[in-house]
Design a protein around this ligand. Sequence first.
Ligand code: FDA
Length: 304
Amino acid sequence: MFETISKNFFMALSQSKTLNKAARKWGLKFGASQVVAGETIESAIEAVKKLNEKGLVATLDHLGEFVTSREEAMEATDYCIKTLEAISISGVKSGLSVKLTQLGLDIDKQFCVDNMKKILETAKKYNIFVRIDMEDYSHCQVTLDILRELRETYNNVGTVIQAYLFRAYQDVKDLKGVPLRLVKGAYKESPEVAYQDKKDVDENYLKIIKEHLFSGSYTAIATHDHNIIAKVKEFVKEHNIPNSQFEFQMLYGFRTELQLSLVKEGYKVRIYIPFGNDWFGYFMRRLAERPQNVAFAFRGFFSK
Ligand code: FDA
């Protein structure tokens, strides 16, 4: 009961354009700095360096939501390019994650594709992989269409498939050979398109992970769920799938002990590091996912 109310409450906050815009001026608040690596490229690169020292690799995400003008989308594109340059100059081990809506998808599809091409040209020059995050269901098909178009020219790009969607299994089959990040899914979707029960989502999650691994495709298993991780470890051992064919991924600031223990066991672990002043929506989605996170948000609130 508390969980449902809390989930709906924080999801609603995450979608508030007014709060998202206002929060850009507040600086990181309510404990957000535990899960967002500062507001600048420099602070993000510092965070990557620290993780690299511990044997973890990263993917950087310059946060940005509700982009409604071409100027904002072009600024976001330039910022991605600057981030790629900073990764290259500093020599840190990191990829880049982007959201197509941030690059103008809701304004004009071709404009967004052109922005992605600029990012991928730079990334190719520096040998950096770019992951297109998956957003809500209304953007799913168009994201996959754009991915296919980009992959005709670039092999340093992949995307994300969300296990809560009924279509996930077929999408994974169709994307054989494409490096995919597989997740449970973070948005609130309708029962017409998505499983609503955790048990069904978990079941479908394991099904798509096995499918992608079995097809020989590079697979990023992005979860904090130790049960899923344990089952993946069993599966790869049973089928002699080499460690070089997959990696685990987790979010910055979450389950740090588990991250390090996987590294010690010899697995590749990549940390998704969000940064920037547009932190509010991201932070609210993390609170929606896990009521326990609210406790640390309140601690952060009172300590500021
Ligand atoms: P879930 O939240 O179902 O938790 C399962 C169990 O794991 C819990 O019951 C608990 O026992 C344990 N657990 C989880 N978190 C814990 C914690 N912090 N401490 C202790 N125990 C914990 N989504 C999306 O829609 N599009 C995207 O592009 C991405 N990208 C992405 C990248 C990366 C690197 C990650 C890790 C996740 C995403 N996601 C995402 C988010 C994803 O879809 C999902 O919402 C969250 O990862 C939460 O689901 P989990 O699989 O982590 O486990």
